[in-house]
Design a protein around this ligand. Structure first.
Ligand code: CS2
Ligand code: MG
Length: 402
C-alpha cells in the first residue's frame, strides 16, 4: 500500500477545524485533526507547504518511521504548529492501518482495558446558583464527573462562562475580545462555589475545576488547600507550567489532585512534572501533542509514576481527535478521565462518527479505524473565518493569562 495523495479540509461549522485526509492506492483513506484554536492556517500551511510533499509514495504502515522523519527530519523541533501538523499525519496513518486490518483502532493500542471511557462535562454559570443548576443538569444527563466554573463577582466575564446563554465556545470570530481578571476576588470566591455544589450534589460526584493558568504558585497552593474539604477530582492548570518547579510549591501545600498539559506539545514539557510526581493527570492531547505515536510514549512514561491521562477535549478539538482519544482511553492502562465538551449538531453533521455516550461513559464504537468521517460537501458550505481566543487583563490593565 502507498500514500497516493493528501489534502486539507478547512471548514467552520460553528467554529474552525482543519482536517487532513491521506489517501492510499488501495482506496483506504485516513483522517487527522490539525486544528490549533486561533492559529489554524499556520498549521494548514505547515502541512501543505512542508509536510504533504514528503508523504507521497510512502508506505502508510510505517507510522513510527514517518513520525520520526517529520519530527527529527524537520531539524526545528516542537511547538504547537509543528506538533499539530505531525499529529494530523500520525492519526490519519493509524486510521488507515486499523481500517486495513478491519478493526477498531483501540485494538492496535493494546485492546480494551475497560468497557467505556469515563468522561467529564462542563457546567458553567454566571453565578453560583446558575453554576449549581448547570452541574445538576449534567448529573441528570448521566454524567458521573462534572467541571464547575462560574462568573466571579466583581469580574465582568471570566473564563468558561458562556455569553448570552449560548454553549461556551473558546474562540470568537473577529479580533480578540478582552476580559478582566482579579485573582484576589477569584480566590475568595471559588471555595464558596464548591461549598454550594457539594451541598447540592452530594459527595459522590467527581468535581473538577479549571484555574486556567491564572494563579501564582502560592496562590494555587492556597486554593488547593481551601478546596480540600470538597475533595475535587482535580484542580486544572493551577499556574503556568513553563516553570515545572512552580508545581513543587503547590504540591508542598495541598493534596488536591493536579492536572495540567493541554497547552503542552511535547513529552518534554511534562517530563519533570511526571518524574517528580508534581501532577496527577496529564492533559496533553493527541492533536497538539504529536499524535497517537507521541502520546503513547508519554502515557507509558507517566504510568511508571502512577500519573494518569486526562486529555483535553474542548470543542476546538474536532470529532476526529475525540474519536482518537476514546480509542486511546479505552486501551491504555493508566487512563484517568476524558474531557467531553459536546460539539454542536452542525459539527456532528460535518463529522459523522460512531462514538456514543451512555451513563457517564463514551465508547468509540466497533467499526474499523477511528470511526469518524467528514462530509466534504457539507464542510465546503462553511468556509474558514478567522477567530481568536480572548485576552485577559488584570483590573489595573496588566495583561495576564486568559
Ligand atoms: C479549557 C479549554 O477545556 C478546557 O480545559 O482549558 O476551553 C481551552 O480554554 C480551549 O480549548 C482553548 O482553545
Ligand atoms: Mg483547561
Amino acid at each position: 500500500m502507498k500514500i497516493k495523495g493528501a489534502y486539507l479540509i478547512v471548514c467552520s461549522p460553528d467554529r474552525n477545524f482543519v482536517t487532513l485526509k491521506i489517501e492510499t492506492d488501495e482506496g483506504i483513506y485516513g483522517l487527522g485533526d490539525a486544528t490549533l484554536n486561533g492559529r489554524e492556517l499556520a498549521v494548514a500551511s505547515y502541512l501543505t507547504e512542508h509536510v504533504i510533499p514528503c508523504l507521497i509514495g510512502r508506505d502508510p504502515f510505517q507510522v513510527e518511521d514517518i513520525w520520526q522523519y517529520l519530527y527529527r527530519g524537520a531539524y526545528w523541533r516542537r511547538g504547537p504548529v509543528t506538533m499539530s501538523a505531525i499529529a494530523a499525519v500520525d492519526v490519519a496513518l493509524w486510521d488507515i492501518k486499523a481500517k486495513a486490518f478491519n478493526t477498531p483502532l483501540y485494538n492496535l493500542l493494546g485492546g480494551k482495558s475497560r468497557e467505556g471511557v469515563l468522561v467529564y462535562a462542563h457546567a458553567n454559570g454566571t453565578d453560583i446558583a446558575e453554576a449549581v443548576d448547570s452541574v445538576q443538569k449534567h448529573v441528570d444527563l448521566g454524567y458521573l464527573a462534572v467541571r464547575a466554573q462560574s462568573g466571579v463577582p466583581g469580574v465582568a466575564s471570566s473564563y468558561g462562562v458562556p455569553k448570552g446563554g449560548k454553549p461556551y465556545e473558546p474562540a470568537e470570530r473577529g479580533l480578540p475580545s478582552e476580559s478582566l481578571w482579579s485573582s484576589e476576588r477569584y480566590l475568595n470566591f471559588v471555595p464558596k462555589l464548591f461549598q454550594a455544589v457539594r451541598s447540592a450534589c452530594g459527595e459522590d460526584l467527581h468535581l473538577l475545576h479549571d484555574v486556567h493558568h491564572r494563579l501564582t504558585p502560592i496562590e494555587a497552593a492556597r486554593l488547593g488547600k481551601e478546596l480540600e474539604p470538597f475533595h475535587l477530582f482535580w484542580m486544572e492548570d493551577p499556574t503556568p507550567a513553563e516553570n515545572s518547579d512552580a508545581f513543587r510549591v503547590i504540591r508542598e501545600h495541598t493534596t488536591t489532585p493536579i492536572a495540567t498539559g493541554e497547552v503542552f506539545n511535547s513529552f518534554w514539557d511534562a517530563h519533570d512534572l511526571i518524574r517528580n510526581q508534581w501532577i496527577d493527570y496529564l492533559r496533553m492531547t493527541i492533536v497538539h501533542g504529536g499524535g497517537i505515536t507521541a502520546l503513547k510514549k508519554a502515557a507509558d512514561f507517566a504510568a511508571i509514576y502512577q500519573v494518569r491521562t486526562g486529555f483535553h477535549g474542548a470543542t476546538d478539538l474536532s470529532p476526529v481527535t475525540m474519536a482518537a482519544a476514546l480509542h486511546f482511553g479505552l486501551a491504555i492502562h493508566n487512563f484517568g478521565i476524558q474531557e467531553h465538551m459536546p460539539h454542536t449538531a452542525l459539527t456532528d453533521e460535518v463529522f459523522p462518527h460512531q462514538y456514543t455516550f451512555n451513563a457517564g461513559y463514551l465508547h468509540p464504537g466497533e467499526g474499523p479505524g477511528l470511526g469518524v468521517d467528514i462530509d466534504e460537501k457539507l464542510a465546503a458550505k462553511y468556509p474558514y473565518q478567522r477567530a481568536y481566543l480572548p485576552v485577559a487583563r488584570k483590573i489595573d490593565g496588566t495583561l495576564t493569562e486568559w
